[in-house]
Design a binder for this molecule. Sequence first.
Ligand SMILES: Cc1cc2nc3c(=O)[nH]c(=O)nc-3n(C[C@H](O)[C@H](O)[C@H](O)COP(=O)(O)O)c2cc1C
Length: 352
Amino acid sequence: MERVLDAARWAPSGDNAQPWRFRILGERRVLVHARDTRDRCVYDLDGRATQLALGALLETLAIAATAEGLQARWRPVPQDDPRELAYEVELVEDGRGGTSDLAPYIPLRATCRGPLSTRPLTRRERQALEAAVEPYQLLWWEGRARRQVAALLWRNGLLRLGLPEAYATHREAVRWGERHSRRGIPEHALGLDPLTRRVMRWAMGSRRRALTLARLGGGWLPVLEMDVFPALRCAAHFALLAPKPPAGPEDQVKAGRAVQRFWLTATRLGLRVQPEYTPLVFARYLVDGQPFTQDTASRRRAGAVASRLRELLGGTEALARAVFLGRIGAGEPPSSRSLRLALEELVERRET
Ligand SMILES: Cc1cc2nc3c(=O)[nH]c(=O)nc-3n(C[C@H](O)[C@H](O)[C@H](O)COP(=O)(O)O)c2cc1C
């Protein structure tokens, strides 16, 4: 159990929030629970990003269990508070045996925010990725279509930098001066050049500075570096579509499992991935008619992001089924990455 949980920790979560904790219930039973971050993170709309991450964690746990000759089974444990999610997991002997071929890649999978190779994906690579996510579907944007995604991310990036409600999230997420951080995202993993990093660090020092810089147009350089250039320097962008529109937290958890199978398969193929999740969040806010900002300019920008994304996906029906977006391409492992909290910090001992 300890080895399985130690591997599961490496699952990705938005801003490396690691919202999960483990309560050991027995030698082979554990309660995995998480509290979503919707109260403080504008990107965790209705807790969906946390639910996706929890799904990625459960999938990682299941894959890690195969290396012990075990199979993971779980059932959701209903919670009173909609922000809380819990799953009781049991590891059972697996007669079929066999370690998953994805198990070795659990600690190697990492977010790559720098430039990737523009070599198109081979048919074999695409087929392996498509098989990994079944019954989910992948939509691809390759070649010139990458420019349309770059244009979407340009607007989305400017929106994010100028969004008053996002300031606290960004401030909490970035670990300035760090190359490897156990919480949040280290500065060096952001994909910015040293000068822009310094400007950003200064600007993020206060909400007023950050928003003034964005209002005066100072956001274009970081957005070019973090969003537009990477969008052009990759093999393809992808959208993961659920078989039908997700109806609640459990469907998001299932989608998170598919995301992690995709990402680990990509890693096995020597491909790197960066999620591009936030346009989907803004589109969803607008589709659901939820107010997410007091700022009229931000609302207008979000409207433009939503309609471009819907166009790229080919309509409202695909937008309703889209659960994840990202870019992919061959590349070296990133030289800076997020690490994780130690297992002891994530395990709650049972009261005796
Ligand atoms: C639901 C979800 C959404 C994410 N969205 C983004 C994103 O929009 N941009 C980005 O660069 N990384 C995104 N990430 C990647 C996380 O920041 C990353 O997984 C986390 O910091 C841990 O780092 P690692 O993947 O290198 O282990 C997302 C991850 C998850 C699970």
